[in-house]
Design a protein around this ligand. Structure first.
Ligand SMILES: [Zn+2]
Length: 366
């Protein structure tokens, strides 16, 4: 066991070292998929993978971090804590559940304080049918120029125009238009991409390698940036399938929050297309799949949106001064990582509960 505050990091490089040493401490080998680019300090970037349990286990739980780059501060802390948590490891082992830790699925975004990949792709929108327009295109298009202005910080007229759009369509429709995923503007927000990105191909390869023998597969994918500060919303992740949703609800609803669903509007999240869990149905179709995104609130929604716009502005303006770039990256990090003791405590306790529940769910007779 380590102190829960020690599990969290101040940058990607530190998070990676903590994950590697936690795995070593647990006696686990680490597999690293090295990214083609480097981090902000020239450090190597990689998706690091540790499997705790039998490679041929029929029951497997995936715990993943950093799908959205900078959100990895949260998920990495959960993973590092778990690898040091003897009670948790004993519990999974006793129930015959192998736990697959995927650290920093989008290591570039983690290191560079960005939500997207080096291709500017939102990894959790990139698993849709490629070559087809993303569902969000038509609603996003009229907002694009407003959301990513040439000037930063944005001019008063820009702020007023966005506020007017929100009033015009309503907050939920505005959120859906902006966040559901689009592939018409490669330099825009929530860009789904037009082809599988590096992380997408890596996730698929890892699922084929590790998850193709499991009969029952659970997945807790750790995210931040939506909902009330410190509350981990358990958002159903999977196909629109009543039976799978009922199973997820049965596993996790006794927890700190109910299992929500963007299909019926109960979730803080909009309906998304191209979600990462779609890969399971291609790469591990034999498994009965049950998944959630565990989504922790950080700052109020308008501040998170402002940080995403700043992130995007910086991508489009690499010539920005070092001081401005650093300030914007800090703004983005602060929007997705609340660097306080109480928040970290809430993150660990809720994730730990969800992980114990997942092991019980996997171990129960279907
Ligand atoms: Zn996220």
């Amino acid at each position: 066991m380590i102190g829960l505050l020690e599990a969290f990091s101040q940058n990607y490089a530190q998070a990676r070292v903590k994950f590697l040493s936690a795995a070593a401490n647990a006696g686990l080998a680490v597999q690293s998929l090295v990214h083609p680019l480097q981090g902000i300090e020239g450090e190597e970037l990689a998706i690091d993978v540790a499997l705790d349990g039998d490679a041929n286990a029929k029951k497997m739980l995936i715990v993943s971090s950093g799908c959205h780059g900078v959100e990895g501060y949260c998920g990495s802390g959960v993973q590092v804590f778990a690898l040091h948590d003897a009670e948790w490891r004993d519990k999974a082992r006793a129930q015959g559940v192998a736990v697959l830790y995927l650290h920093a699925l989008n290591p570039y975004g983690f290191a560079w304080a960005s939500r997207t990949t080096h291709e500017n792709v939102d990894l959790n929108r990139n698993f849709g049918p490629h070559g087809q327009p993303a569902p969000g295109n038509s609603a996003y298009a009229p907002l694009h120029a407003l959301l990513v202005p040439e000037l930063w910080p944005p001019a008063t007229e820009n702020v007023a125009a966005i506020a007017q759009q929100m009033r015009l369509v309503g907050l939920k429709a505005f959120q859906t238009a902006v966040t559901s995923g689009q592939n018409a503007f490669a330099d825009g927000l929530f860009y789904a991409g037009t082809a599988p990105c590096w992380s997408n191909l890596s996730v698929r390869a890892l699922l084929r390698q590790h998850a193709s023998r499991a009969q029952r597969l659970g997945w807790i994918d750790l995210h931040t940036g939506l909902g009330p500060n410190g509350i981990g919303e358990r958002i159903y992740a999977g196909r629109y399938d009543a039976q799978a949703f009922a199973r997820a609800a049965a596993w996790w609803s006794g927890g700190s929050t109910p299992v929500t669903n963007s299909f019926d509007g109960s979730s803080v999240s909009a309906v998304l297309s191209g979600q990462m869990v779609n890969a399971v149905f291609d790469e591990a179709p034999q498994a009965e799949f049950t998944g959630i995104a565990l989504e922790y609130g950080t700052l109020p929604g308008p501040e998170v949106l402002q940080a995403l716009r700043a992130d995007q502005w910086l991508r489009r303006h690499p010539q920005a001064s070092a001081a401005q770039a650093a300030a914007l990256r800090l703004q983005v990090r602060d929007a997705f990582y609340v660097d306080t003791d109480p928040w970290k405590g809430q993150v660990i306790s809720q994730a730990r509960q969800a992980m114990f529940q997942a092991v019980d769910g996997l171990a129960a007779t279907p």
